[in-house]
Design a protein around this ligand. Structure first.
Ligand SMILES: Cc1cc2nc3c(=O)[nH]c(=O)nc-3n(C[C@H](O)[C@H](O)[C@H](O)COP(=O)(O)OP(=O)(O)OC[C@H]3O[C@@H](n4cnc5c(N)ncnc54)[C@H](O)[C@@H]3O)c2cc1C
Length: 469
């Protein structure tokens, strides 16, 4: 499937002039006809492309967002994956400057020999740095939150071709707009990130009723500086039991010798397990009572970089034609856990959603991005589920997704933007109250609405698209 996207992109690179190319994302739910795909390798090539195009321009990283965030009809799509070099590195200062098309895995391969580790990233390492910054992602880290906290500075190509540096102290409006800005303000062409030590971590995993989890988290996890990763998996369909798993700093010798997962690893067993859980009668019971007790048996001591380098290949089904695996995510203040989860469970059960997992993560508040999803200390609820691809199936998903968004909003929370674009305009504005400021900034730095994609087509009231404005 990814190969098909790559092939489409390569075809475009070799076609003379404008072509009609269909691009898609990992979910395969969003085929979009673009005019051309261009894969720049330097900042100068990005500047030239932006200057010579009146728009629309869309920006693609790894294409793991699931709602057309990397394309719009008739766009020039900038495929950033060939801007994949390290531009600067200091072991002493524990920082690295990279081009945005580098994947986390590539960053890890570069810094691992120096015993350094990425401070904040997603659970999987296939994503690009540019895609991660533009979504303002988070991981399973304790004591952290959105990735913006680990970014020292970025360089951005604006709609007029100007290259600007932005940080919390220089062009701060662009820094806090572009991080989490889904490619709406310009092209991130460089990023300088803080790094941390690559320590050894020991896994601890305990199963408990949901009612015990917040107390456990607040007393055993939240303030323990030795806990590096933590998440709690809520078991469907009752969502009343969690498996809380932490990876805690240790001096003990590793039981997993490899410093990073081998790239040639097959994932047949993992894929089969996902099939069992999502398709077999009793699959969810089998997961909770058989697969996971077996998986979590015995000691596991590994390097931080190893645990931070999952490969999305473990999730890829044989086909996404009739059904596809997708994600959604809701962020709700920590003290609303006991209110939000039962309501979420009621909605998912009521609509017979084939939920495979809900992973609970933690984040401290965002330091100031305009489209912040963590405006207070929150738990993130990452829903992984399977859905059909027919128009009827997609309409049903729209319905229950809006109910879940309302449930998050009613509890002072929000929802995540890299997934299917299903929220109403009113839900988007309620979930992202500073969107108006983001749009004012976009009006200023991108007055002709060059940078577009399906997300901003849905919610950005572009002056050029409003008659008389
Ligand atoms: C299996 C799976 C697991 C996931 N786990 C997590 C998780 O643990 N935590 C989390 O927070 N998210 C998670 N996500 C969501 C994921 O982080 C986002 O989809 C992220 O955008 C993926 O990066 P990408 O490189 O594929 O970006 P893309 O999907 O290619 O792009 C995302 C957005 O960034 C913009 N963009 C990309 N590059 C640039 C650039 N150089 N300049 C300006 N804009 C740019 C694009 O235009 C688009 O709007 C997960 C997704 C999947 C599929």
């Amino acid at each position: 499937m990814l190969a098909a996207v790559l092939l489409a992109a390569c075809a475009a690179h070799t076609s003379p002039g404008w072509a009609d190319v269909v691009v898609n994302d990992v979910s395969q739910l969003n085929p979009i006809h673009v005019r051309q795909v261009l894969a720049p390798t330097t900042i100068e090539e990005v500047v030239a492309a932006v200057k010579s195009t009146s728009g629309p321009i869309s920006i693609g990283g790894g294409r793991f967002s699931m709602g057309g965030q990397t394309a719009t009809d008739g766009a020039l799509q900038l495929d950033m994956r060939r801007m994949d070099r390290v531009v600067g590195f200091s072991r002493e200062d524990r920082q690295i400057t990279v081009q945005p098309g580098m994947t986390w895995r590539e960053v890890q391969e570069y810094i691992d020999p120096y015993d350094l580790s990425v401070e904040i990233m997603q659970s999987y390492s296939n994503f690009t740095v540019g895609g991660a910054l533009s979504v303002n992602v988070h991981g399973r880290y304790i004591g952290q939150g959105p990735i913006v906290k680990s970014v020292k500075s970025i360089r951005l190509v604006l709609a007029n071709g100007e290259v600007v540096a932005a940080s919390p102290t220089a062009n701060a409006d662009l820094f806090y707009g572009a991080i989490g800005g889904y490619g709406g303000l310009g092209v991130i062409v460089e990023a300088t990130l803080h790094l941390t030590d690559n320590v050894r971590v020991e896994r601890r995993s305990v199963v408990m009723p949901l009612s015990a989890y917040r107390h456990y988290f607040e007393n055993e996890v939240r303030n323990d500086r030795d806990v590096i990763f933590h998440n709690a998996d809520l078991y469907p369909d009752r969502f009343e039991t969690v498996r809380a798993t932490s990876y805690v700093r240790t001096d003990k010798p590793v039981t997993v010798q490899a410093r990073l997962p081998p790239l040639d690893q097959g994932y047949a067993a993992d894929r089969f397990a996902f099939k069992v859980v999502s398709e077999w009668p009793g699959g969810k019971w089998i997961r909770q009572h058989m697969i996971e007790p077996w998986y979590f048996r015995g000691p596991c001591i590994e390097w931080r970089n190893y645990e931070a380098s999952y490969d999305v290949r473990e999730l890829e089904p044989a086909s996404r034609e009739k059904s596809t695996y997708v994600l959604q995510e809701y962020f709700v203040p920590v003290d609303r856990l006991e209110k939000f989860v039962p309501r979420m469970a009621e909605i998912l059960r009521g609509h017979h959603v084939n939920a495979i997992n809900v992973s609970i993560r933690h984040a401290f508040p965002d330091p100031g991005t305009l489209l912040a999803w963590a405006r207070t200390e929150v738990f993130a609820y990452v829903l992984y589920y399977k859905q059909g691809t027919s128009p009827g199936d997609r309409e049903a998903v729209r319905g229950w997704t809006r109910e879940l968004i309302d449930a998050a909003l009613a509890n002072g929370g929000t929802y995540y933007l890299p997934y299917q674009v299903l929220a109403t305009g009113a839900q988007f504005r309620a979930a992202y109250p500073r969107a108006a400021e983001f749009f004012e900034l976009k009006d200023r730095v991108d007055p002709t609405d060059k940078f577009r994609n399906r997300l901003w087509d849905a919610y950005y009231p572009a002056p050029s698209r409003i008659p008389g404005r």
